[in-house]
Design a protein around this ligand. Structure first.
Ligand code: COA
Length: 164
């Protein structure tokens, strides 16, 4: 039985940023249970291994008792059914996000109409942040303290410096 009150915030989170955390914190004000689900995509390696992305998310969300961190493979709608969640949460940073998000929501609705996608506007101070910006700035030794949660700043900076 799909529970409409349980929401899933899916993404790559490679790594989690202040923009993501802002959205997760705001989702906990609306939903009793928020599952943050990292896509484990064997076709796209990414920078941080999926287990590390999960660990970083768990550390960054340690102050949020309503939040659970997980990872999934395959279709999002199948994962939603597996965890009995009825709502997908996605963030919109700018109009450029709209087109791909619109398409994804439509496809998911077509294959699984009982699952709803809800969008939250990213807070303006985080609108320019993305995981690749963090990887690029940090990879060149730049300051990423305003881009990622303080609790995981050291972990991310160290990993990016090592890869230089
Ligand atoms: N704050 C900061 N950055 C944000 C953000 C926010 N609120 N929201 C998105 N971003 C950034 C991410 O950091 C990432 O940046 P990058 O490209 O620089 O790394 C980028 O936006 C993409 O974000 P993400 O949320 O990770 O989207 P995605 O396109 O990688 O993943 C899934 C989307 C996982 C939800 C989707 O691919 C999926 O469901 N896949 C499973 C397969 C499936 O079911 N397919 C059918 C649906 S079409």
């Amino acid at each position: 039985m799909i529970q409409k009150g349980v929401c899933v915030y899916p993404g790559s989170f490679d790594p989690v940023t202040n923009g993501h955390l802002d959205l997760i914190e705001r989702a906990t004000q609306v939903f009793p249970r928020v599952i943050v689900a990292v896509l484990n995509n064997p076709g796209k390696q990414g920078f941080f291994p999926v287990e590390e992305r999960v660990r970083l998310l768990a550390k960054a969300c340690a102050h949020l008792p309503k939040v659970e961190i997980d990872s999934f493979q395959g279709l999002l709608v199948d994962y939603m059914k597996k965890v009995n969640a009825g709502i997908v949460i996605r963030g919109l940073r700018a109009v450029t996000d709209f087109e791909s998000e619109f398409l994804m929501a439509q496809v998911n609705h077509q294959i699984s109409p009982e699952i709803e996608t809800l969008f939250m506007m990213t807070s303006p101070q985080f609108a320019y942040i993305s995981s690749s910006v963090v990887r690029e700035i940090g990879g060149f030794g730049g300051e990423i303290a305003s881009f990622v949660p303080g609790s995981i700043l050291e972990d991310i900076s160290t990993a990016l410096k090592k890869a230089r």
